[in-house]
Design a protein around this ligand. Structure first.
Ligand SMILES: Nc1ncnc2c1ncn2[C@@H]1O[C@H](COP(=O)(O)OP(=O)(O)OP(=O)(O)O)[C@@H](O)[C@H]1O
Ligand SMILES: [Mg+2]
Length: 363
């Protein structure tokens, strides 16, 4: 009898608690194979769960079908989940989580994140924005909420953060909870703790999309994020410049690792050209051309937005009212187009691929 066949068959059975296969959900333990006997433990959160008998029978019938001559022994065990492992099912109110990433710093992740989040809101979606750049949070400034603090509310005796609201979307940033001088000294476990807190201990409302603005590169914060929640998709931001593209390839490779496996649904090329205000028809390609497309080809995806270098984009970010909200329709159109393309890529991703699995930590 093949262990692999048993594992595969049991994983085809859905765990009623998490919606995952029984094996992936960690509900099968201690598989023993002796001559014609297959035995294993079926782990339930408690012995009173209403689906106990039916799940037992499904497991039994499934294995009996594969091994009609064999004997199947199932031992039911009651065991609570390990609270350290944050299960996917604990964030069903966050329907899609999109990470905005880059290789190099300063290429416009925060600008893209804020404008994309607000663009999605303008299209009618319920949106949240998590500023996961714990070293250099930009979101409080970009939403004119510097010095604001989130409320803390007790839920079943546990303190929970209440996200702030800015221009109609829910926001959380380390800039709301830590003084700027303190954030630079945050290290390893404290960083991971904050990311977990901002997701698990924050009262996000039901959201269609949570945009996560990451710091540059492939550090602890990126890894903690994928270990804390199932990230639906990533968007890579780059300038057309070759050094930015090369660094972005490294960051993209992290999401593409088999063990992480977060689909990249698009590339945003920022600072694609410069247009002076007095000559709106002129385009100067000061960082070169074609970098976004090159990165998209490498990632097997498409360019979902090209945003020029425009003074108004920088100013609106600094003034707490991102460019997509501008009455200048050309300025806002770059990000409305981006939001529309993002929605269609996300829909494609969700109809072609299953949910991303949260990366489990090997203890
Ligand atoms: N298209 C643009 N036109 C003009 N200014 C821009 C544009 N995109 C970004 N900027 C400005 O460039 C600076 C860097 O942008 P931003 O903070 O969004 O980058 P980032 O990738 O998030 O940086 P970091 O890696 O430090 O988090 C900001 O001052 C921002 O206002
Ligand atoms: Mg940033």
């Amino acid at each position: 009898m093949e262990r692999e066949i048993i594992i595969e068959a049991l994983d085809r059975i859905t765990d009623p608690e998490t919606g995952q296969g029984l094996v992936k959900a960690g509900k099968i333990d201690n598989i023993r194979i002796m001559d014609s006997i297959v035995a294993f433990n079926l782990i339930l959160p408690n012995l009173q769960v209403p689906y106990k008998t039916s799940l037992y029978q499904t497991c039994h019938e499934t294995l009996q079908e594969i091994f009609p001559q064999g004997q199947v022994h199932i031992h039911i065990e009651a065991r609570k989940d390990d609270p350290q492992v944050h299960k996917a099912a604990s964030t069903p109110h966050l329907k899609n989580i999109i990470a905005v990433a880059s290789g190099k710093g300063g290429v416009g992740k925060s600008t893209v994140s804020a404008n994309l989040a607000l663009g999605l809101k303008m299209l009618g979606y319920k949106v949240g924005l998590l500023d996961a750049d714990l070293y250099g949070p930009s979101i409080p400034t970009m939403f004119g909420l510097k010095n604001e603090k989130p409320k803390v509310q007790k839920v079943q005796g546990q303190p929970k953060l209440v996200p702030l609201e800015g221009h109609g979307i829910s926001l959380m940033s380390v800039g709301f909870v830590v003084e700027p001088e303190q954030s630079v000294i945050l290290r390893g476990p404290r960083l991971a703790g904050l990311i977990k807190q901002f997701i698990g201990e924050c009262m996000w409302p039901e959201l269609d999309v949570l945009i996560v603005d990451l710091p540059p590169g492939t550090g602890d914060i990126q890894l903690t994020l994928v270990q804390t929640v199932p990230v639906t998709a990533a968007i890579m931001v780059t300038t057309p410049q070759q050094v930015a593209v090369q660094d972005a390839v490294k960051a993209a490779n992290m999401f593409r690792l088999d063990s992480i496996n977060v689909p990249i649904i698009g590339v945003v090329e920022n600072m694609s050209w410069f247009t002076p205000e007095e000559l709106p028809e002129n385009k100067y390609y000061i960082f070169g051309r074609g970098g976004g497309e090159q990165l998209a080809d490498y990632c097997g995806t498409t360019v979902i937005g090209q945003v020029p270098l425009i003074q108004g984009i920088r100013e609106s970010g600094d003034n707490g009212r991102p460019a997509v909200l501008s009455t200048d329709s050309l300025l806002s159109s770059y990000f409305v187009d981006l939001a529309q393309n993002c929605v269609s890529q996300l829909q494609k991703r969700n109809s072609n691929l299953g949910p991303t699995q949260q990366v489990l930590i090997n203890k």
